[in-house]
Design a protein around this ligand. Sequence first.
Ligand code: NAG
Ligand code: CU
Length: 192
Amino acid sequence: MFTATKTLATILLAAAATTVSAAPTATYGGAGKLPSRTTGDEPAITHTVAAGRGGLLEFQPFNIEAEVGSVIEFHFGPLSHSVVQSSFEEPCVQLPGGFNSGFNFGVDEGQAENVYQFTIKDKTPIWFFCGRAAHCSTGMVGSVNQVVDSGNTIDAFIAKARMFQGNATLLDESAGDVEGRVLPNPDPLAGF
Ligand SMILES: *[C@@H]1O[C@H](CO)[C@@H](O)[C@H](O)[C@H]1NC(C)=O
Ligand SMILES: [Cu+2]
């Protein structure tokens, strides 16, 4: 009895160890791993997105369905990430006039002290990527309000990003921050 229990525990430990050792390897996508947290009442719902949670090169969630008037709020994990608006066609290139959070969210562990937000003004799809080096080309991208029927889906966008070679293309900082804003992190101890 004792032996059998011990064996089972050993198996479980081995399984857990496998899971842990796999974590630092970039697991792209992350569907369902961290559902968008929503707080507040309409129309002031806030959708929280984690950038680089657990050292992964991904946004969680990477696809958000958001009503007009709701807020998308990015929390930044270890390493240094950013969030930059692109077109659907060029996932790793900043859209002229699009938002760019800049790189002021670096942190060694936990979450950066500030978050980056923008408000959804209409249902036009928003495509975004991490501007750090080649993170975008590994699939560190996301969308708000993809249009499934158009073929411009988040899956197609991720595939395009991964075909891209090299570092992201950013415009001058002055060209960014069109819609976005930096605020103190309201929940720096949660979730990372
Ligand atoms: C890409 O970015 C990395 C990190 O900033 C840098 O070391 C490297 O030189 C860049 N590569 C090119 C081709 O610009
Ligand atoms: Cu990144």
